[in-house]
Design a binder for this molecule. Structure first.
Ligand code: ATP
Ligand code: MG
Ligand code: MG
Ligand code: MG
Length: 463
């Protein structure tokens, strides 16, 4: 059975619309009116208020395909990307929600019918956990299809602070692949929104229990398209195929394989993420959301450097990204294409200068007779590279390792600490600089719709 990603999107939404849900468009990746959150990290985020006050919701039940970003805060998958079959930074979450309408049993029945009747998945390859045990059993799921999970997997909250939360039950797919670290792939999470965690950490009951579910589109596509990981589904085939073609034009030797390399996965994932972030008005900076974006762009370029490309190439991937969203599900990708590519090209050029400066500094060290004796990169040089030149520290480590050289991590760490202690005042200057940069972007008319930063977030996630 093969179902394309666009088909999966429409099947999901149509099914829940038929079951009385109102279709709601994806909200921005920048959560509005929510200072507790860096990015929208789940389908429920735009509905947070409705869980607390269901009578204010304009509908009893809703369904959506929400753009999500997990690269900071409680749900942070940045380091997983490229190394697990199932994690992205940016991904799409299919969801259905009840605001005081139907409860647990109905939620389970709805998802069950969607998987078995709509998608025609074989029951023998589905599993669930104990949280929903009795409820699942009522759906006809035999005992042996219920697996034990740790308690942490059976309680869901959007962040660590205040907010609605509750017990959850997860649905797994049997990949039947024992070579994977995890044979069981989590595809859907059903949260019974019953609680509210207050600012001081107490768990209280919500006045009306609600339902929040989330299913990763790319994961479900990997199941339906019979692929071993998310990066082999249709959308990523466009992007990775495109990436390989671009690399070839830059004389990079590409080893074709069904399963992309970790670097290819990172470049493709991060490229998608940067485009969606920028399309929602985030610009690279040294603080807050802009800093996460900057890190994502730099990580992509670092991987690019690792596969052997040292010239601008990112914007050449754009048409291949668009190809994966031809169903028009995110019209902003096409309408803001030139702004998005401008921002990327600018940041890429800046970073390549940084990169090349750092590389030549390093090569001076490698060829210096004094240092050749010890085969170590002096800690102050490693620190300066990172601190003054903005050269990624982990890249210094990788390059050193490849050469068989070492870096005294502790000594570099000590220098970093010292700098931090001295650096309080310089934050202010940084801030001013950043504001100048932002108004520069605005003057260039790149983001007339830019809504500005949430200043409470400025120092979050910016280590
Ligand atoms: P995992 O345990 O695999 O990290 P999770 O339990 O953190 O997933 P949830 O918070 O329950 O994920 O999110 C609901 C669904 O969204 C998941 O069941 C999965 O299908 C999908 N999902 C979660 N994180 C990612 C990600 N980083 N990339 C792609 N899909 C994801
Ligand atoms: Mg997770
Ligand atoms: Mg999980
Ligand atoms: Mg989960």
């Amino acid at each position: 059975q093969r179902l394309s990603s666009p088909e999966l999107r429409s099947r999901f939404v149509n099914y829940f619309e038929e079951q009385g849900h109102t279709k709601v468009k994806s909200a921005s990746l920048i959560p509005h009116n929510d200072k507790s959150l860096l990015f929208t990290n789940a389908g429920m985020v735009p509905f947070k208020e409705y869980f607390m006050k269901p009578d204010t919701a304009p509908f009893n039940a809703a369904t959506s395909i929400q753009k999500c970003m997990r690269a900071g805060g409680k749900h942070n998958d940045l380091d997983n990307v490229g190394y697990t079959p199932r994690h992205h930074t940016f991904f799409e979450m299919l969801g259905n929600f009840s605001f005081g309408g139907y409860g647990k049993q109905e939620a389970i029945a709805l998802s069950w019918r969607f998987l078995l009747e709509e998608l025609e998945l074989p029951i023998s390859r589905l599993r669930s956990d104990e949280e929903g045990y009795q409820l699942w059993k009522k759906q006809g799921l035999p005992d042996e299809m219920i697996v034990k999970c740790g308690a942490e997997d059976n309680f869901w909250s959007m962040g660590d602070g205040e907010g609605p939360c509750g017990p959850c039950t997860e649905i797994f797919w049997d990949t039947m692949d024992d070579t994977l670290d995890e044979r069981w792939l989590e595809i859907w999470n059903l949260v019974f929104m019953e609680n509210y965690r207050t600012a001081d950490g107490k768990l209280t009951k919500l006045p009306t229990p609600c339902i929040d579910t989330g299913m990763g589109l790319e994961r479900m596509a990997s199941v339906l398209q019979d692929k071993r990981n998310n990066f082999q589904v249709d959308q990523f085939q466009h992007l990775i195929g495109g990436l390989r073609r671009v690399l070839k034009t830059k004389n990079v030797i590409v080893t074709p394989s069904d399963d992309p390399s970790a670097h290819e996965k990172i470049i493709a994932d991060h490229f998608r993420a940067m485009c969606f972030l920028i399309s929602d008005g985030v610009v690279p900076s040294n603080i807050g959301r802009g800093y996460v974006l900057r890190r994502i762009i730099r990580r992509a370029l670092r991987s690019a450097h690792q596969v052997g490309i040292n010239e601008p190439f990112l914007t050449e991937l754009y048409p291949h990204l668009l190809k994966g969203f031809e169903d028009g599900s995110y019209p902003e990708l096409a309408s803001r294409a030139s702004s998005i590519c401008n921002v990327i090209a600018n940041e890429e050029a800046t970073f390549l200068t940084t990169l090349n400066r750092g590389l030549s500094l390093l090569s001076n060290i490698f060829t210096h007779p004094d240092h050749q004796k010890t085969k170590t990169i002096p800690p102050d040089v490693a620190f300066q590279l990172y601190d003054t030149f903005g050269f990624p520290f982990d890249l210094t480590l990788i390059i050193a390792q490849e050469k068989g050289w070492t870096v005294d991590l502790k000594a570099v760490e000590a220098l970093k600490e010292k700098q931090k202690a001295m650096g309080r005042e310089s934050w202010k200057a940084d801030n001013a600089l950043d504001k100048a940069r932002l108004s520069e972007w605005r003057n260039m008319d790149i983001f007339p719709q830019f809504t500005g930063y949430d200043h409470d977030l400025l120092h979050q996630e910016s280590q």
